[in-house]
Design a binder for this molecule. Structure first.
Ligand code: ATP
Length: 315
């Protein structure tokens, strides 16, 4: 195999609760993650020099060593130096559809695709849990991006428990092109304002995880109850992002006003999503929001829940 093409889906957070602090400086989280059918395509092929090259169709994405796809390839080259030495370098091309710095884990999805792709190209035979272990070294959202679908993510987001697939729900995504929210800023601000509520004791944190696992959102997913899921959408980071970015609050309000099951900000934002029972309802909402906010900087997508994480495509 000389080349490999992969699909890397974006994610939304149906539930994001910040439980407390961790000794490593990260936050202890309980999240319900959901892949959506808004995807980047990643093409990887061998090149004759022993370098790693990244090219991206989006001018705002760096092509240097800071690109998460580059960092994923570098990690694989360090862990499997014989494969890298014997097979040579790789060029990674990213066809970007997922908006950047949007709370949709676009960079993480790209990194996940590179781990899966190099595992295939270098015939390493790593299992999904082994790949997810490597992924956790690069970023908290990357293990989920590998397996995708619907899952509960705990720890700093890297511990994944799969949940039943929730196919059939439609999603409207809205994001102002000129707006980006820094994930570190959102968590830092949350800590400044809400750390007095944090659960710090490890046993108590574990108890809270058990409660979320046995709680209403996970139960609604098992029952495939879209109405309930819509009502139970939750994201702690809205408490700091919405007051700071009134445009996002306004968009959220506009997206809650229609035949939708529920509306929420994804991750650290600024993307807002609404869940709809049918594609028709989703399209109606998109058109209504477009009419209410006639801002050229506002991008809107109609998409749907996606059942998997990284998958390969035939060339
Ligand atoms: P998350 O939901 O995981 O916080 P995000 O959607 O908020 O992710 P990304 O799109 O992953 O944010 O990117 C955040 C920053 O990372 C961008 O501003 C960009 O400069 C940088 N970056 C590095 N590699 C990539 C990549 N492959 N794709 C997109 N952005 C990348």
């Amino acid at each position: 195999m000389e080349r490999c093409s992969l699909i890397a889906p974006a994610k939304i957070n149906l539930y994001l609760e910040i439980i407390g602090d961790r000794p490593d400086g990260f936050h202890e989280l309980a999240m319900v993650m959901q892949s959506v059918d808004l995807v980047d395509r990643i093409d990887i092929h061998f090149i004759s020099t022993d370098t790693i090259r990244v090219r991206c169709s989006h001018p705002g994405v760096p092509s240097d060593r800071t690109n998460l796809a580059y960092r994923a390839a570098r990690l694989m080259a360090e862990r499997f130096p014989d494969s890298f030495a014997n097979l040579g370098g790789v060029e990674i091309h990213i066809d970007k559809q997922i908006p950047i710095a949007a709370g949709l884990a676009g960079g993480s999805a790209n990194a996940a695709a590179v781990l899966v792709g190099l595992n295939l190209l270098w015939k390493l035979g790593l299992t999904q849990p082994e790949l997810q272990e490597l992924a956790a070294e690069l970023g908290s959202d990357i293990p989920f991006c590998i397996s995708g679908g619907t899952a509960l993510a705990t720890g700093r987001g890297e511990k994944i428990s799969p949940l039943p697939n929730m196919e059939g729900l439609h999603v409207v995504l809205g994001k102002f092109r000129n707006l980006a929210v820094s994930t570190p800023w959102a968590y830092k601000t949350f800590r400044e304002q809400f750390s007095h509520q944090y659960i710090s004791d490890k046993a108590e944190q574990a108890e809270r995880h058990r409660e979320v696992h046995a709680g209403p959102m996970v139960s609604a997913i098992y029952k495939h109850d879209g109405q309930k899921i819509g009502k139970l959408l939750y994201n702690d980071l809205e408490k700091v992002v919405l007051p700071e970015f009134p445009e996002v609050a306004k968009l959220r309000e506009a997206m809650a006003d229609g035949e939708v099951l529920g509306t929420m900000m994804s991750g650290s934002g600024p993307t807002v999503f609404a869940l709809a029972e049918s594609e028709e309802n989703a399209c109606q909402l998109r058109d209504a929001v477009r009419a209410k906010i006639p801002d050229e900087e506002l991008d809107l997508w109609v998409t749907k829940f996606f059942p998997t994480g990284i998958s390969t495509v035939d060339n």
